[in-house]
Design a protein around this ligand. Structure first.
Ligand SMILES: [Zn+2]
Length: 98
């Protein structure tokens, strides 16, 4: 089972990727742990992805704070099904994200 969405190195396509903080624009940075790979840090440049991750975090924050599915959907302006599937997905993910 995968804990997180798989991030691959754009250079070697390796999946031994570590998080490396965020850029000044708040974009998650990663680095490749493959010692044979010249890639250092890289960012996923998909804007939609960043948006999705941001929304997901908000959904979970609200859900954890007892916002409820309906209110969460209303406040964030998204579909209730999206809220539900996000929560469900996160519950089946590995626990212990720092
Ligand atoms: Zn690499």
């Amino acid at each position: 089972m995968k804990c997180y969405e798989e991030v691959k190195c754009p250079k070697c396509s390796g999946n031994k990727i570590m998080k490396a903080g965020r850029s000044n624009k708040g974009v998650q940075r990663y680095y490749c742990k493959n010692t044979e790979c010249e890639m250092n840090t890289f960012m996923l440049s998909y804007k939609n992805k960043a948006y999705e991750i941001g929304i997901k975090k908000k959904i979970l924050d609200m859900a954890i704070n007892g916002g409820g599915i309906r209110d969460t959907a209303r406040v964030l302006g998204i579909n209730r099904n999206t809220v539900m599937s996000t929560i469900k997905k996160s519950q089946s993910d590995c626990k212990g994200e720092s």
